[in-house]
Write a protein that binds this ligand. Structure first.
Ligand SMILES: [Zn+2]
Length: 258
């Protein structure tokens, strides 16, 4: 009886292993989501990540950024604040540029705004119309064909993250984005899934999503290196976050639809 139990357990572990390997194989080579016409973004196409604070790019979006840059897309970053809540804005701007360099975004493609109406502050509601105007200008200047940002829960629930979602939703619903420009929003998960690291992979795969980006172990080292660029933010829990957050390994996106 014990032998039979061990055999069954071994078979289950083997199946699980091959299932996970299959998920990796299917998603790790993905150059990006199909465009509206069914084509995938070509190497050289421009993608734009819109974030609220320096460090959002590596805490939440590293898998997508590394995957898109690695496949030859020209990735831009628009960060809507300097992260000056604790008066560290100047330091954090430099840290952001270093982090972006590690993630494959040169400083010439990084824009960090310091707008009086968009302070780094979870108690201040950012105006979606203002943000929408700033994003649209960026999209038009850089001929962006793919915009990525937070979803309506903002991963961490931060009001500044959520404001970005409402801005992109406004652009999308008012049909102001150029033809063929897609908007993807990063799926927020419940707190349990958020902190089970790579173990969330089967759940991420089974849950509905438009595109999934998963990092291999060597790419994860790059994401970790980017996080270490944000020295002013590296409190003890950030070190823990590196190992337990699914967002260091996995990104799943919804396609914004009407
Ligand atoms: Zn943030």
């Amino acid at each position: 009886m014990e032998t039979l139990g061990l055999c069954l357990l071994s078979a289950l572990i083997c199946c699980y292993y091959f299932w996970i390997r299959n998920i990796y194989r299917k998603n790790s080579g993905d150059p990006g989501p199909p465009a509206a016409g069914g084509e995938r973004p070509r190497p050289g196409a421009a993608a734009l990540l819109v974030t609220a604070h320096p460090d959002d790019e590596c805490m939440f979006f590293a898998p997508a950024l590394l995957r898109l840059a690695g496949r030859g897309l020209s990735v831009h970053l628009l960060c809507l604040s300097t992260g000056n809540f604790y008066k560290q804005g100047d330091v954090r701007k430099k840290e952001l540029l270093q982090s972006c360099a590690v993630l494959g975004i040169p400083s010439s493609r990084v824009t960090i705004l310091d707008h009086s109406d968009l302070p780094d502050n979870p108690r201040v509601q950012w105006d979606p119309a203002l943000i929408a105007m700033l994003i649209l200008r960026h999209v038009q200047i850089h001929h962006i064909s793919l915009v990525l940002t937070f979803d309506e829960d903002g991963v961490s629930g931060h009001a500044n993250h959520i404001a970005l979602y409402y801005a992109i939703r406004k652009l999308h619903s008012e049909k102001k984005l150029p033809n063929g420009c897609q908007a993807l929003v990063l799926q927020s998960t419940n707190v349990l899934r958020k902190y089970i690291s790579i173990l969330d992979l089967p759940i991420s795969w089974l849950r509905p999503h438009y595109v999934m980006y998963i990092l291999h172990s060597w790419e994860y080292q790059q994401a970790k290196k980017a996080m270490y660029c944000h020295q002013s933010q590296l409190l003890w829990f950030r070190h823990l976050y590196l190992y337990i957050s699914r967002y260091m390994f996995i990104n799943t996106f919804h396609l914004m639809s009407q």
